[in-house]
Design a protein around this ligand. Sequence first.
Ligand SMILES: [Zn+2]
Length: 283
Amino acid sequence: MRVVLLGTAAGGGFPRWNCACARCAAARDGKLPARTPECAAVTGNSRDWWLLNASPDIRARLTANPALWPGPRDTPVRGVLLTDAEADHVAGLAVLRGTAGFKTYAAPPVLAALAPARAALDRHAPGEWADSLTEGGFVLSGGLVATAHPVAGEPSAYVPGRANDHRWVTAYRIEDLATGGVLVYVPRVSAWTPMLDDLVEEADCVVLDGTHFTADEATQAGRHLPVSGPDGSLSALTRHPQARRIYTHLADTNPLLDPASAARTQVSEAGVEVLPDGAELVL
Ligand SMILES: [Zn+2]
């Protein structure tokens, strides 16, 4: 299985268009690497690719990665697996319209929240919309099998009513049937649970929510599990040294954006990685 980290920033990207903080300014000056909103692509055969989330920058990210270019007849991008209904995870669906049979997997509350958008997109070309939580998981062309797993998280802020449902945010476990390689992709999670230990225990690679380094960076408390602290994700990840562990979805408040930061040293010494947009992994 090949995994390409197309984008590794939180919503808004890095630098954010409307932010003049020191880190965003440094990124504009080329002193820190810029990043686009988080999303990824996976394939088991290098011919059929599946996106993990559809960022607002998806068009530019597909254009920058020749493996994802169309040809000779059609696009190798078969569909997308959504982890939640966040605007920065679904906005790219507007770019991906117009391919008949394009498949989108998401949990039932996410599919319901997207109903108006689905109706509009299906007028360009009818897509397939599928329940990611279907019993036993689902097969992705190219030799991959995926299962979705609800994780701690809140409904997206724009959803009317914001009904209480434990399925708003999911992790994906993707296994390559030929190599046995397992990816666990969790770009958004608000609390660590024993279920995550079970998932990561059997993974070769985990790509995890690294939005905030400390809890006090968050404008809305509790939406993302912070990296540091006794209950932070770094301490949980140290229990799983067998897996390659990578942070994604970094907010502009996060010192991990700076390779020279003490935070980055701490994470590196724990064996956890922060990779640039475009990084490719083989499992
Ligand atoms: Zn900023």
